[in-house]
Write a protein that binds this ligand. Structure first.
Ligand code: NDP
Ligand code: 8X3
Length: 259
Protein backbone atom coordinates (compact mmCIF):
# COMPACT_ATOMS: atom_id res chain seq x y z
CA UNK A 1 0.00 0.00 0.00
CA UNK A 2 1.27 3.47 -0.85
CA UNK A 3 2.22 5.92 1.88
CA UNK A 4 0.55 9.33 1.90
CA UNK A 5 2.48 12.59 1.69
CA UNK A 6 0.98 16.08 2.01
CA UNK A 7 3.02 18.87 0.46
CA UNK A 8 2.19 22.54 1.05
CA UNK A 9 3.19 25.01 -1.65
CA UNK A 10 3.09 22.42 -4.42
CA UNK A 11 2.12 24.92 -7.13
CA UNK A 12 5.70 26.06 -7.68
CA UNK A 13 9.36 25.62 -6.79
CA UNK A 14 10.40 23.09 -4.15
CA UNK A 15 6.88 21.82 -3.47
CA UNK A 16 6.11 21.14 -7.11
CA UNK A 17 9.49 19.46 -7.64
CA UNK A 18 8.88 17.42 -4.51
CA UNK A 19 5.53 16.18 -5.85
CA UNK A 20 7.26 15.15 -9.10
CA UNK A 21 10.06 13.42 -7.20
CA UNK A 22 7.72 11.33 -5.02
CA UNK A 23 5.48 10.54 -8.00
CA UNK A 24 8.43 9.36 -10.06
CA UNK A 25 9.89 7.27 -7.24
CA UNK A 26 6.62 5.47 -6.60
CA UNK A 27 5.18 4.22 -3.32
CA UNK A 28 3.41 7.47 -2.42
CA UNK A 29 -0.03 8.96 -2.88
CA UNK A 30 0.31 12.72 -2.87
CA UNK A 31 -1.85 15.54 -1.50
CA UNK A 32 -0.77 18.67 -3.35
CA UNK A 33 -1.77 22.01 -1.84
CA UNK A 34 -1.47 25.71 -2.58
CA UNK A 35 -3.79 28.62 -3.36
CA UNK A 36 -3.62 28.47 -7.17
CA UNK A 37 -6.22 25.84 -8.09
CA UNK A 38 -5.45 25.83 -11.81
CA UNK A 39 -1.82 24.92 -11.12
CA UNK A 40 -2.89 22.13 -8.78
CA UNK A 41 -5.21 20.75 -11.44
CA UNK A 42 -2.48 20.88 -14.10
CA UNK A 43 0.02 19.18 -11.78
CA UNK A 44 -2.49 16.46 -10.93
CA UNK A 45 -3.03 15.76 -14.64
CA UNK A 46 0.73 15.60 -15.20
CA UNK A 47 1.43 13.32 -12.23
CA UNK A 48 -1.41 10.96 -13.09
CA UNK A 49 -0.44 10.79 -16.76
CA UNK A 50 2.00 7.94 -16.35
CA UNK A 51 4.79 10.16 -17.68
CA UNK A 52 7.01 9.07 -14.81
CA UNK A 53 7.22 5.44 -15.82
CA UNK A 54 5.89 2.11 -14.65
CA UNK A 55 6.77 2.65 -10.95
CA UNK A 56 4.55 5.67 -10.86
CA UNK A 57 0.91 4.98 -10.11
CA UNK A 58 0.16 7.63 -7.51
CA UNK A 59 -3.24 8.81 -6.44
CA UNK A 60 -3.18 12.60 -6.44
CA UNK A 61 -5.46 14.84 -4.37
CA UNK A 62 -5.36 18.59 -4.99
CA UNK A 63 -6.45 20.68 -2.01
CA UNK A 64 -6.58 24.46 -2.42
CA UNK A 65 -6.32 26.59 0.71
CA UNK A 66 -4.46 29.52 2.17
CA UNK A 67 -2.18 28.41 5.02
CA UNK A 68 -2.62 31.81 6.67
CA UNK A 69 -6.30 31.10 7.29
CA UNK A 70 -6.69 28.69 10.21
CA UNK A 71 -10.37 27.98 9.47
CA UNK A 72 -9.54 27.10 5.83
CA UNK A 73 -6.66 24.88 6.89
CA UNK A 74 -8.87 23.02 9.37
CA UNK A 75 -11.71 22.74 6.85
CA UNK A 76 -9.42 21.42 4.11
CA UNK A 77 -7.65 18.85 6.27
CA UNK A 78 -10.94 18.00 7.98
CA UNK A 79 -12.56 17.34 4.61
CA UNK A 80 -10.08 14.66 3.58
CA UNK A 81 -11.84 11.48 2.43
CA UNK A 82 -11.23 8.42 4.65
CA UNK A 83 -8.70 6.96 2.24
CA UNK A 84 -6.55 10.11 2.46
CA UNK A 85 -6.55 10.73 6.20
CA UNK A 86 -3.65 8.50 7.15
CA UNK A 87 -0.87 10.99 6.36
CA UNK A 88 2.66 9.60 6.74
CA UNK A 89 4.74 12.60 5.66
CA UNK A 90 3.96 16.31 5.90
CA UNK A 91 6.19 18.74 4.01
CA UNK A 92 5.65 22.25 5.39
CA UNK A 93 7.05 24.12 2.42
CA UNK A 94 4.59 26.95 1.66
CA UNK A 95 6.30 30.22 2.35
CA UNK A 96 7.67 33.42 0.96
CA UNK A 97 9.80 36.49 1.37
CA UNK A 98 8.31 39.89 0.58
CA UNK A 99 10.63 42.85 0.06
CA UNK A 100 14.27 43.41 0.86
CA UNK A 101 14.27 46.66 2.81
CA UNK A 102 15.90 48.21 5.84
CA UNK A 103 13.95 47.49 9.04
CA UNK A 104 12.88 51.12 9.42
CA UNK A 105 11.67 51.32 5.82
CA UNK A 106 10.07 47.90 5.29
CA UNK A 107 6.38 47.51 4.51
CA UNK A 108 4.60 46.28 7.62
CA UNK A 109 1.93 44.45 5.61
CA UNK A 110 4.76 42.41 4.08
CA UNK A 111 5.90 41.56 7.60
CA UNK A 112 2.43 40.40 8.56
CA UNK A 113 2.17 38.20 5.46
CA UNK A 114 5.56 36.57 6.05
CA UNK A 115 4.80 35.84 9.69
CA UNK A 116 1.27 34.63 8.91
CA UNK A 117 2.49 32.34 6.13
CA UNK A 118 5.93 31.12 7.19
CA UNK A 119 5.24 30.76 10.90
CA UNK A 120 1.52 30.65 11.64
CA UNK A 121 0.71 28.70 8.46
CA UNK A 122 3.22 26.04 9.38
CA UNK A 123 1.73 25.81 12.86
CA UNK A 124 -1.86 25.55 11.59
CA UNK A 125 -1.09 22.84 9.03
CA UNK A 126 1.05 20.87 11.48
CA UNK A 127 -1.64 20.86 14.16
CA UNK A 128 -4.32 19.89 11.65
CA UNK A 129 -2.29 16.95 10.31
CA UNK A 130 -0.75 15.74 13.58
CA UNK A 131 -3.72 13.72 14.90
CA UNK A 132 -3.32 11.29 11.99
CA UNK A 133 0.30 10.74 13.07
CA UNK A 134 -0.10 10.65 16.84
CA UNK A 135 -2.92 8.10 16.48
CA UNK A 136 -0.59 5.62 14.83
CA UNK A 137 2.57 6.57 16.73
CA UNK A 138 4.63 7.46 13.68
CA UNK A 139 5.00 10.05 10.99
CA UNK A 140 7.44 12.56 9.58
CA UNK A 141 7.21 16.34 9.43
CA UNK A 142 9.68 18.09 7.15
CA UNK A 143 9.87 21.86 7.55
CA UNK A 144 11.46 24.21 5.03
CA UNK A 145 13.61 26.73 6.87
CA UNK A 146 16.39 28.63 5.15
CA UNK A 147 20.01 29.69 5.52
CA UNK A 148 18.28 32.95 6.48
CA UNK A 149 17.41 31.22 9.76
CA UNK A 150 21.07 30.57 10.49
CA UNK A 151 22.73 33.79 9.26
CA UNK A 152 20.91 37.08 9.43
CA UNK A 153 21.65 39.36 6.47
CA UNK A 154 21.10 43.08 5.92
CA UNK A 155 17.50 43.87 4.92
CA UNK A 156 16.48 40.31 5.76
CA UNK A 157 14.88 41.32 9.08
CA UNK A 158 11.44 39.69 9.28
CA UNK A 159 12.05 37.01 6.62
CA UNK A 160 15.14 35.93 8.58
CA UNK A 161 13.13 36.14 11.79
CA UNK A 162 10.33 34.00 10.39
CA UNK A 163 12.78 31.32 9.28
CA UNK A 164 14.62 31.47 12.62
CA UNK A 165 11.21 30.78 14.14
CA UNK A 166 10.79 27.78 11.82
CA UNK A 167 14.21 26.56 12.97
CA UNK A 168 13.32 26.89 16.67
CA UNK A 169 9.81 25.49 16.22
CA UNK A 170 11.20 22.48 14.33
CA UNK A 171 13.56 21.75 17.22
CA UNK A 172 10.74 22.15 19.69
CA UNK A 173 8.42 19.88 17.67
CA UNK A 174 11.15 17.23 17.53
CA UNK A 175 11.41 17.29 21.34
CA UNK A 176 7.68 17.35 22.04
CA UNK A 177 6.81 14.70 19.45
CA UNK A 178 9.45 12.22 20.59
CA UNK A 179 6.84 10.45 22.69
CA UNK A 180 4.73 9.87 19.57
CA UNK A 181 7.57 8.44 17.48
CA UNK A 182 7.27 11.29 14.98
CA UNK A 183 10.36 12.45 13.11
CA UNK A 184 10.92 16.16 12.52
CA UNK A 185 13.43 17.36 9.95
CA UNK A 186 14.29 20.97 9.17
CA UNK A 187 15.89 21.64 5.79
CA UNK A 188 17.59 25.00 5.30
CA UNK A 189 18.41 25.71 1.65
CA UNK A 190 20.49 28.59 0.37
CA UNK A 191 19.70 30.51 -2.81
CA UNK A 192 17.59 28.43 -5.16
CA UNK A 193 16.19 29.63 -8.46
CA UNK A 194 12.42 29.24 -8.21
CA UNK A 195 9.64 31.83 -8.20
CA UNK A 196 10.90 32.87 -4.75
CA UNK A 197 12.71 36.03 -5.90
CA UNK A 198 9.94 37.07 -8.31
CA UNK A 199 7.58 36.93 -5.35
CA UNK A 200 10.05 38.71 -3.07
CA UNK A 201 10.53 41.54 -5.57
CA UNK A 202 6.82 41.64 -6.42
CA UNK A 203 7.13 40.72 -10.07
CA UNK A 204 10.29 42.72 -10.86
CA UNK A 205 11.95 40.00 -12.95
CA UNK A 206 15.14 42.02 -13.55
CA UNK A 207 15.77 42.35 -9.83
CA UNK A 208 14.79 38.71 -9.30
CA UNK A 209 17.15 37.39 -11.99
CA UNK A 210 20.05 39.45 -10.57
CA UNK A 211 20.00 37.32 -7.41
CA UNK A 212 21.26 34.33 -9.43
CA UNK A 213 23.82 36.17 -11.60
CA UNK A 214 27.39 34.91 -11.69
CA UNK A 215 26.95 31.48 -10.14
CA UNK A 216 24.94 28.29 -10.39
CA UNK A 217 22.29 28.34 -7.67
CA UNK A 218 20.39 25.39 -6.28
CA UNK A 219 17.41 24.25 -8.32
CA UNK A 220 14.10 23.02 -6.99
CA UNK A 221 14.92 19.44 -7.95
CA UNK A 222 18.05 19.54 -5.74
CA UNK A 223 15.95 20.37 -2.71
CA UNK A 224 13.31 17.78 -3.66
CA UNK A 225 16.04 15.12 -3.81
CA UNK A 226 17.10 15.95 -0.25
CA UNK A 227 13.50 15.95 0.99
CA UNK A 228 13.00 12.54 -0.61
CA UNK A 229 16.22 11.21 0.92
CA UNK A 230 15.17 12.35 4.40
CA UNK A 231 11.68 10.89 4.00
CA UNK A 232 12.89 7.47 2.89
CA UNK A 233 15.52 6.71 5.51
CA UNK A 234 14.94 3.67 7.73
CA UNK A 235 12.28 4.07 10.44
CA UNK A 236 14.88 4.40 13.21
CA UNK A 237 16.89 7.17 11.47
CA UNK A 238 16.04 10.88 11.44
CA UNK A 239 18.02 13.67 9.82
CA UNK A 240 17.25 16.53 12.18
CA UNK A 241 18.70 19.67 10.65
CA UNK A 242 20.20 20.15 7.21
CA UNK A 243 21.80 23.25 5.71
CA UNK A 244 22.26 22.89 1.96
CA UNK A 245 23.67 25.44 -0.45
CA UNK A 246 25.00 25.51 -3.98
CA UNK A 247 28.77 25.14 -4.23
CA UNK A 248 29.19 28.89 -4.76
CA UNK A 249 27.54 29.76 -1.43
CA UNK A 250 29.19 29.21 1.95
CA UNK A 251 26.41 30.32 4.29
CA UNK A 252 23.61 32.86 4.38
CA UNK A 253 25.92 35.70 3.37
CA UNK A 254 29.06 34.65 1.50
CA UNK A 255 28.98 33.83 -2.23
CA UNK A 256 31.65 33.40 -4.86
CA UNK A 257 30.21 35.08 -7.95
CA UNK A 258 31.91 35.37 -11.33
CA UNK A 259 30.64 38.82 -12.27
P1 NDP B 1 8.05 29.50 -4.72
O1 NDP B 1 7.62 30.92 -4.71
O2 NDP B 1 8.47 28.92 -6.01
O3 NDP B 1 6.88 28.58 -4.10
C1 NDP B 1 6.22 28.97 -2.93
C2 NDP B 1 5.02 28.07 -2.72
O4 NDP B 1 4.39 28.46 -1.49
C3 NDP B 1 3.98 28.20 -3.83
O5 NDP B 1 3.50 26.93 -4.17
C4 NDP B 1 2.86 29.02 -3.18
O6 NDP B 1 1.60 28.59 -3.69
C5 NDP B 1 2.99 28.59 -1.72
N1 NDP B 1 2.40 29.57 -0.84
C6 NDP B 1 2.83 30.84 -0.58
N2 NDP B 1 1.98 31.47 0.23
C7 NDP B 1 0.98 30.59 0.52
C8 NDP B 1 -0.19 30.65 1.28
N3 NDP B 1 -0.53 31.76 1.96
N4 NDP B 1 -0.99 29.56 1.35
C9 NDP B 1 -0.66 28.43 0.68
N5 NDP B 1 0.44 28.31 -0.07
C10 NDP B 1 1.24 29.38 -0.16
O7 NDP B 1 9.21 29.40 -3.64
P2 NDP B 1 10.20 28.19 -3.22
O8 NDP B 1 9.75 26.92 -3.77
O9 NDP B 1 11.56 28.66 -3.51
O10 NDP B 1 10.02 28.24 -1.65
C11 NDP B 1 9.46 27.19 -0.90
C12 NDP B 1 9.88 27.36 0.55
O11 NDP B 1 11.30 27.29 0.65
C13 NDP B 1 9.48 28.69 1.19
O12 NDP B 1 9.12 28.43 2.53
C14 NDP B 1 10.77 29.52 1.13
O13 NDP B 1 10.81 30.48 2.14
C15 NDP B 1 11.80 28.43 1.34
N6 NDP B 1 13.14 28.71 0.83
C16 NDP B 1 13.35 29.14 -0.45
C17 NDP B 1 14.64 29.36 -0.90
C18 NDP B 1 14.94 29.88 -2.27
O14 NDP B 1 16.02 30.47 -2.46
N7 NDP B 1 14.11 29.65 -3.25
C19 NDP B 1 15.79 29.10 -0.04
C20 NDP B 1 15.44 28.68 1.29
C21 NDP B 1 14.17 28.47 1.69
P3 NDP B 1 0.38 29.54 -4.05
O15 NDP B 1 0.95 30.88 -4.43
O16 NDP B 1 -0.31 28.83 -5.18
O17 NDP B 1 -0.43 29.58 -2.82
C1 8X3 C 1 15.80 32.02 0.78
C2 8X3 C 1 17.26 32.17 0.69
O1 8X3 C 1 19.21 33.78 1.01
O2 8X3 C 1 17.21 34.68 0.01
O3 8X3 C 1 15.41 31.61 2.05
O4 8X3 C 1 17.26 34.16 2.34
S1 8X3 C 1 17.74 33.77 1.04
Amino acid sequence: MNKIILITGATSGFGEACARKFAAAGGYDIIITGRRKERLTALRTELESGAYGPLSTPRILPLAFDVQDKASVDAAIGSLPDTWQNIDVLVNNAGLALGRDFFDEANMDDWETMIDTNVKGLLYVSRAVLPSMTAKGKGHIINLGSVAAKDIYEKGNVYCGSKAAVDAISHSMRIDLLRHGIKVTAIHPGAAETEFSSVRFKGDETQAKKIYDGYTPLYAADVADVIYYCATLPAHVCLNDIVMTCTAQADGIYFYKKT
